[in-house]
Every structure is written in structure tokens, then in C-alpha cells.
Design a protein around this ligand. Sequence first.
Ligand code: GLU
Length: 389
Amino acid sequence: MAERLVAGPGEADAADAAAAPLRDGRRIVVKVGSSLVTNEGRGLDERAISLWGRQIAELRGLGKEVVMVSSGAVAEGMKRLGWAKRPKAMHELQAAAAVGQMGLAQVYETCFRAHGLGTAQVLLTHDDLADRKRYLNARSTLLALLELGVVPIINENDTVVTDEIKFGDNDTLGALVANLIDADALVILTDQSGLFTADPRRDPQARLLERVVAGDPALEAIAGGAGSSIGRGGMITKVLAAKRAASSGAHTIVASGREADVLVRLARGEAIGTRFIAQTPRMAARKQWLADHLQLRGAVRLDAGAARALVAGGRSLLPIGVTDVSGEFERGEAVAIRDPEGREIARGLINYSSSETRLIMRRPSSEIEAILGFIEEPELVHRDNLVLR
Ligand code: GLU
């Protein structure tokens, strides 16, 4: 059974590219679960957090961009409130998360600062990422932070939603963030060594699966998906997170966070834990995602120069190239992009609403701020958010 799960000969190209996702990838999401962050609920593990900081500083030295997704707020909040047992009531868990998040932010900031890294707290929900406008806002903020050399520390905003409290311990959030910022790899650090063919605590024959295809339905059965109850942050949520991350072309690694220097060793190309290979290359996957999700709300017409720059030059669309706007749309919605003759040449997610676009069209990006009183991005539609027809 296990052999079927290993990448077959037809998948050789994707498999080769995925030989060492952390060595070959540039943008990486590292997700750490509550049990690692709080040393099994004993309180924030400053030593562990500091070691991640040191490793991330090293990764940054190799030119990599790293975003962290960290759980631990509920566990730390429980400790601070003196609760020995995890409450059942959601509102109590949410209150604990709000208390614990203060500690989380504090310790990350202090421990990472010691390694020369600035941090930023980002609290997100799934709904934020389903909403076009918020999706673009979150994406722009995270990319800006990476550009500034700051490490975003992301958690679910447990005050307003309870998705991860109920099911995931942030595994799903890790995958959504990987989709959001077009990460090359998602690393899920946990207290197990990876995905095994069976539960290693019960079955002495259980074997670690080193390389599997993300999204293979057989993995869900192995991880206990079919029929078994989904535990918070068990293997099944990791298998599903890997599948989701793969939908935007990111490979996933599930490995033990207790393994010394795990991130640095992975970045050197060492095989640790289980690698979930994404079958579709990253940019192709993103374009596919965009194409599938685009519901047109309006259109912009370009002058000949802008149309050429877009199609032949592979450039982003700037407001100066737009001659006409039709329809009513908001920031983050999808528009058709037409050439001077009215033929659709592309579709994309637009950074400005229809009324804003009408004000800034035909004008250079340097004037956006003076015209609108603010600037989102200099591009009207960024290249990465655009699909040519
Ligand atoms: N976002 C939550 C946290 O950081 C999820 C983990 C949990 O429910 O314990 O604590």
C-alpha cells in the first residue's frame, strides 16, 4: 500500500523539483503547533522559540523569506489564567486565546530580536482570505513585511472565529497562508517525526513515509480521515493542509520540531520527515486558481502600448495605460482587460475600485497618492494577479 503513495515515474519532474523544497524554495511558511510552542502546555518555551529565531536568521542569510504561523495562544492563556483543564466552552477558549496571544507576541519579539530579527503580529481568519478585498490587503501587508525584512508571526484571530480552535491547531491556516503569499514550501513542525504507514505507537511495522504525493486520497485514510473523528491538529489536518498548499504549488514537509536544527538542515537539502509533493508548478497553479475563481465585475480598456507591455512584455498593468473603465467593482475583484479594439486579452484582480480607477486612469502611478489621498499599490493589476487569455 505504501508504495502506491510514493511518487511514480510519470511524476519524476515534479518529484525532482521537490527533492529538497526548503533548499530550492525561496519563500517559506513555517507552522509550529501548540505542543511545541508551549512545551506540552507548560508555558511558552522561550528556548524553542529562540532556536527557531536563530534558524530563521540563518535561512534569511541564505536569501529566503520566512513567515511563521504559530499556535499556542490558547495553551498559554490557560496557563496565565490558572486553568489546568482545557475548557469545553468556545467563549472560554477564545478568552484564553486573547490572554495568551499577548504572551506569544511578547516572547517571539524578544527571542527573535536577540537574533537580529524584527517581528510583526498578524491575526487572520479564513473569511479574511475568502473575501477578495481582505485577501489582497493581507497579501500586500505580508509581502511588504517580507520586503522590510520583518518576520510575520501569524495566528488565527480566535476572538472572531473558532475554526482552528475546533479542528486544526493552525494547520489549515498554515496552508492558506502558503496559498496567500505563493510560498514555495510549507513546513509543519510537530511533535511527531512525520506521516507513518500506521500509528507507530501501536504498530511496530509502521514505516515513515518520506515522500508522498500531496492530495493522494490514500493518505487521508492512513492519517485517520475516513471514519475516524478528526482530532485537533492530528495527522489528518496536516495531510489536508498539504493538499491545500499544493493547490497553489507549494510542497509541504511535516517534520519533528524537536529535531535539532531542523529548518537549517532542511535548507541544506537533508531529507527529514515526510515530504508532500505538489504536482503542479507554483505559477501555473496560481494562474489556475485565479482562472477558476474569477467572476468578472467589470472591464478596463488599454491603449496599444499598455496592451503590448502586458501581452508581450510580461508586465503589470499600470493606471497610465487605461483609457476606459466599465462596470462597478471593488478593490480585489476581477475585471476583464481589453485591448484598444475591445478584445479581451487578460483577466485579473484589480487593486482599485471602479470609481478610483476612473480617477487615476491615464495618470502615472506617482500621482495616485495626490489624486486619491492614499496609495494601495503602484500597479492597477499586479502581474501575479493576472492571467493572459
Ligand atoms: N489559534 C489557536 C492558538 O493559537 C489554536 C490552537 C488551540 O486551539 O489550542 O492557540
